[in-house]
Design a protein around this ligand. Structure first.
Ligand code: HEC
Length: 156
C-alpha cells in the first residue's frame, strides 16, 4: 500500500511537472510553424485570425488619423487617436488566442500599445509635432518588423 502510494505520488508529481513544462514551453513558443515565405507562421482558427486582423486594421486607421491631425497641428486629435489603440484597448483577446501567440510576438504587440500611449502623453503634454512624428515613425518600425517576421495561417 505504502509503495503504491509512493509510486502514485511520483507519477502525479511527474505528470504535474510535465504539464507545467509543456504549458510554459507552449506559452513561449506559441502555435507556430515555418511559413512558405520564410516567416514564422502562427496557426489560428479563422475566427481568431479575423479577430487579430480587425485589430490590425484599427491600428492602421489610428495611424491614418494621427498623421492627419499632426498635419493640422491638432495635438488633442492626435492624442485621442493614439489613446484609442493604447494599452486600454488591449486585453480583449481570448486566452486561447493569446496562448497561440509566441512570447516575442506578444511582447512586440504590448510594446506597440504602450508606445501609442507614450505618443498620446507627449501630444497632450508638450504638443511638439515633430517629436510626436518621430515617435510615430518608431511605432511604424514595430509594425514593419513584426510583419516581416510573422504571418497568420489557418490551423488544419
Ligand atoms: C506583434 C506583431 C505585429 C505588430 C506589432 C503589428 N502587426 Fe499588423 N499584422 C501582424 C500579422 C502577423 C499580420 C498578418 C500578416 C500576414 O498574414 O501576412 C498583420 C496584418 C496587418 C494588416 C492587414 C489586415 C488585414 O485585414 O488583412 C494591417 C493593416 C496591419 N497589420 C497593420 C498594422 C499596423 C499599422 C501596425 C503598427 C501600428 C501593426 N500592424 C503592428 C502582426 C503585427
Amino acid at each position: 500500500m505504502r509503495t503504491t502510494c509512493k509510486f502514485c505520488w511520483a507519477l502525479t508529481t511527474t505528470l504535474v511537472v510535465g504539464v507545467l513544462f509543456v504549458g510554459a514551453w507552449y506559452f513561449v513558443r506559441g502555435n507556430v510553424t515555418e511559413g512558405d515565405d520564410g516567416r514564422t507562421s502562427i496557426l489560428l482558427t479563422t475566427g481568431e485570425r479575423d479577430f487579430v486582423l480587425t485589430e490590425m486594421r484599427g491600428l492602421l486607421e489610428a495611424v491614418e488619423v494621427i498623421t492627419f491631425e499632426l498635419s493640422e497641428e491638432n495635438m488633442d486629435g492626435a492624442a485621442a487617436a493614439a489613446r484609442s489603440v493604447g494599452m486600454g484597448s488591449a486585453g480583449g483577446e481570448p486566452v486561447t488566442l493569446i496562448a497561440k501567440l509566441p512570447l516575442e510576438f506578444k511582447k512586440l504587440g504590448m510594446a506597440t500599445h504602450n508606445a501609442f500611449d507614450a505618443l498620446a502623453t507627449e501630444a497632450e503634454d508638450m504638443g511638439d509635432g515633430s517629436v510626436v512624428l518621430g515617435q510615430l515613425s518608431g511605432i511604424l518600425t514595430n509594425c514593419t518588423s513584426c510583419h516581416a517576421g510573422y504571418r497568420f495561417d489557418i490551423a488544419e
